[in-house]
Design a binder for this molecule. Sequence first.
Ligand code: IPD
Ligand code: CA
Length: 278
Amino acid sequence: MTSTALTAPELEALRRLAVQVARRCGELIEDRPADLGVAATKSSEVDIVTVMDRRSEDLATSLLSAARPDDGLLGEEGVSRAGRTGITWVVDPIDGTVNYLYRIPSYSVSVAAVVGDPTVPGAWQPVASAVHNPVTGETFHAAQGAGAVLADGSGERTLRASDADRLEVALIGTGFGYDAARRAEQGRLVARLLPQVRDIRRLGSAALDLCAVACGRLDGYYEQGINAWDLAGGWLVAAEAGARVSGADGAAPSPTLTVAAAPGIADALLSALRESGG
Ligand code: IPD
Ligand code: CA
C-alpha cells in the first residue's frame, strides 16, 4: 500500500477543499431542471447517467483544477487526468443516481484526495475526503490520522463505528451492480447471508453506506463490484471512525469485494461472506 508524507496541515487543507467541492456540487445537483431525464445509459439499460451527473463532475473538475492544478483527477463520468504531485482527486459526482432520479433522499457527492494509482486495486489509499448528502445537508468528512466528522445544521460531531459484537444482531448494508449476471450472483450471496444477521439494507449510495458504518447507522456493509469513485470518500470516513475496511482475506478493498464493519463484527462478517461464496 502506498504511504504518504503529507503533513497534518496539508491533510487538513485537502479535507477542507474536499468539503467545499462536495458542497458546491451538492448545491448544483439540487438546482435540477424540471424535466430532468436520463441522459444516457452506461454498462446496461439500468445503469443511467443524468445530465446533472455530468454537470456536477464538470464543476468538481473546474474547482479542483483551479485550486490544485498539478493534482490528478478521476471521475465516474469520464474525467481522467494524470497529475504531478502524487495526489489524485477521485470524484463521484452523484453517488446514488437512481435515487436522485426517483427523488429518494439518499444520494451524495463524494470527493476524495488519494495517493497511489486509483485505477489499480490495492495500489492506492484515500488521505482526505468528503461525502455530502445535499438533501439532508449532512457532510461526512475525514483526514488521514485526524478522525472522521459529521457536520450538519446542528454542528459537528466525531464519528465512531458501532460497538456491535455479534453478527446475529448486526444490521448490514449492501448494494447491487448493474450487470444482470452479477446481480444474480449478488442475490445468491445476500440470500445466504440474510438468515445470519439482524437484517439487510440496500440504501442505494455506496458512499453513504460507508458513512453509515462510520456513524453506527449500519453495523457493517459489503458490496462486490464497486469502483474507486464509489469507494474513495466513504472508505476514509469509515476507517477514521474506527471501522475495519478491507477486501476479501484482509486484502485492500477492491471491485472484487469491499467490506466495512464495526471492529467487533468484522471478522465474523468476513468469514460469513467467505462461507456464503463472497
Ligand atoms: C451506485 C451506488 C449503489 C451501488 C452501485 C453503484 P451510482 O453508484 O453506489 O449503491 O450499489 O454499485 O454503482 O451508479 O449511483 O453512481
Ligand atoms: Ca457511484
